[in-house]
Write a protein that binds this ligand. Sequence first.
Ligand code: FAD
Length: 615
Amino acid sequence: MQTFYTDVLSIGAGLAGERVAIEAAGAGFDAICLSIVPARRSHSSAAQGGMQAALGNSAMGEGDSTDVHFLDTVKGSDWGCDQEVARIFCENAPIAMRQMAHWGVPWNRVVGGKGFYFKGGERFEKFEKPENEGLITARNFGGTAKWRTCYTSDGTGHTVLYTMDNRAAQMGVQVHDKVEVISLIQDGKRCMGAVARCLKTGELRVYLAKATLVAAGGFGRIYRESTNAVICDGGAHAAVLDTGVVPLGNMEAVQFHPTGIVPTYILVTEGCRGDGGTLLDVNQERFMNIYEPEKAELASRDVVSRWMMHHIRQGKGVKSPYGEHLWLDIRHLGEEHIRGKLREVDEICQNFLGIDPVQNLIPVKPVQHYSMGGVRTNKDGAAYGLEGLFSAGEAACWDMHGFNRLGGNSLAETVVAGMVVGGKVVEYLQGAEAQFKTSVIEAQVAKDRNRIQRLMDCADGGEDVFAVRRAMQDALQDGVHIFRSHNDLEQAVFQLQEVHERAKKIGLKSNGKGANPELALALKMSGQVKLALCVAYGALKRTESRGSHAREDFPARNDRDWLKRTLATWANEDDDLPTLNYEDATPSFEIPPGDRGYGGGTIIPMDNPPAGKED
Ligand SMILES: Cc1cc2nc3c(=O)[nH]c(=O)nc-3n(C[C@H](O)[C@H](O)[C@H](O)COP(=O)(O)OP(=O)(O)OC[C@H]3O[C@@H](n4cnc5c(N)ncnc54)[C@H](O)[C@@H]3O)c2cc1C
């Protein structure tokens, strides 16, 4: 068995993982990034619309500042975020964006003079200052007071990840791809690295590191309908949960994006609406302007998704063999704009729907898109519960998004957190002694070998892993979606507990040798169901509505009782539910809880008397 030693091991070679590794390499430390796929195929490359930073260069961004970005982010989170972290993020985003330009990202730039833009289907004029010509420009996105989303057409993730990967190679960061982590090596106090499986040969490998970083992205594929790639399935989160001591934060906070195309659920970017696209119903009439007169299609994603589902419930959906949907209309933006600034959207429509968005309406509906929850860290990116373990990017609950992430704030988070957490990892490494306990390493490898052998021998049963996955996805899709209620959530938890029992009895149909996708899935299936239970059970217990967590039986945002973050651990292997604890959402309030200005709904204020004690 191969054993690798390094200073920093990043589980993930997407934007966050590579950015942390670059920071470590820049300080003279060795860094290895692991990835299921080649680094440039990491899911960051799928991001289209852009990333937020308060540069204020464009006409519509004039007057923007890190304070305005901070206010938008806190409001967007429905006051569920850690405000200290949100502040760190907003202050550093402009620096990170300019640094990415320096490293080679070909940002779209301000073109001086008269131009035009669309809002709500109507055309307006704007004037870009000639002296700003050539500066990084921005487009409009949901939930923001200013145009702040820096972009490269609609291939932002692609250009930024390619640039980051070039930089990582220049700095000597090693990437081991087609390698999947299946467990962490830890003794309950310190993390020492990970056990991984080579996806080409099926061999196990040991990676030992002074600092281990979980930068494995989101886990949307635990849902049936998701914009996420198939590799976003939570295998690394499952390994974290299996430690029994590291909590996952706010797992019930799941983002549904308004414009997944039907029926493949591939995303078409919020940039479509940011650039002036509109949502239409079965009668080809706009409706968001009725529900949200000011923000309309550009309210935050949780709000737009809810109104879309509400509108469908009112009988205004378009019936199709794949269920009801609504329309996204970008035709009025014109051919030049669509084929230029929205060219990935154009290609997606042509290749996956067989339609031309210059001429045709795009069928869309809200689908799972982003995981606000993840490995809970402090503001330095250090995971709770294990020394030497860090997390960054979508995998982490750092937690600047609270209960709703603003569009464009995630790509930006990967590079900002990469920079900030990378710096903290370096500080940690500067004082770190390597302490690898052979007994702990051997025990973990033996445990993983035993798991594999039992699956191959069908020692615990012959359950089909793909059927188990489907049952898990169905339970979440049907019970823990945009609108939630006690009965649905209880039913989902119950179903998932049954699925969990089935997952313990999985046996392989194939021989399990070599490059074997069935084994790869079987190894994480039980962990995925545990993640699903963290989502469902956390949602059942949170008796309020906040951001993306909309309880029909508890419609108010309850600041009195629920300005809290859920912390879910899986304390004992035999448990059938996660253990939930809670902590304050934020250590301090720079902006006290208030109204978001969109989305409506009632708020139970912090200083309201406890239930039953009202005068
Ligand atoms: C279609 C789409 C469009 C988006 N558009 C935008 C946008 O315009 N703006 C925005 O702000 N956000 C956007 N997002 C969100 C944003 O792209 C992601 O949140 C972000 O890129 C995640 O980056 P990351 O580095 O955390 O993870 P990723 O880029 O997902 O990288 C994860 C890495 O971990 C590896 N990995 C995973 N599990 C394991 C394992 N067990 N062992 C070893 N390696 C593992 C993967 O191979 C990969 O290298 C979009 C998301 C989607 C799905």
